[in-house]
Design a protein around this ligand. Sequence first.
Ligand code: ZN
Length: 276
Amino acid sequence: MVSELVDFSKLCVHTQTTKPWSIEECVKNYALAGIKGISVWRNVLENKNLKEVKQLLDEFEMDVVSLVRGGFFPSVDKKMRHKAIEDNLLAIEQAAAIGAPMIVLVCGADGGQSLEKSREQIAEGIVKILPSAQRSGIKLAIEPLHPMYAGDRSAINTIGQANDMVEMIHSSSVGVAVDVYHLWWDPALQFEIQRCAAHHHLFAFHVCDWNVPTSDFLNDRGLMGDGCINVPEIRSWVEESGFRGYNEVEIFSDKYWAMDQFEYLEKIKEAYLTRT
Ligand code: ZN
């Protein structure tokens, strides 16, 4: 059963995971390592000709899983909310240009107003960009973030809240991105994954680990197996629910960014095979 043991067909890596690399390096080096899936962060597209990026992705037969990220809709300032809409419309154009079928939404929050108000503005924002996303055939995945980010990064902090919003918006183009880092602690996780999948809106699955202790709440994520998250168990819930998409490795880590990125990529592959 060797072939099963070395199956990387559902492995995707986020460009931010290998932050020191440019988009060109990510594409070439992932492909060389036998990794098919890539989620592209917008920072690596800055000042790039997107046609050339698309050609490169095609040349190396990479499967673009998602563009990361849109969102950040809420603000107490109306002008900022308007700016956010424009930026999300730009993200839709960028996704279409590089052949990404989905945009991950880090929905945003403004500490100057209530979480309920921020959630209202998130729903308004998504509804505003939805026609454009649909015209381009781009799906929108709401990624709930851990509650420690509720003050500034996302007013959607549980998969239950994400499911509520997706069901309210009620469009086949809007779904949920499940990230183990943000959701592992939630006693309702298995139930909400089933609820999400039953409505066909489980769009993405992100993996990494929660280091104990954690030295930085943004840039100290662990590789699968480093920390306390039972990633194989959560993956089994996701797959039992019918999800057949990629396992996307999304790790922000000063420690791993400091090491040789080729060696790191091999570590990622090993962790994916044995601890995911
Ligand atoms: Zn994620």
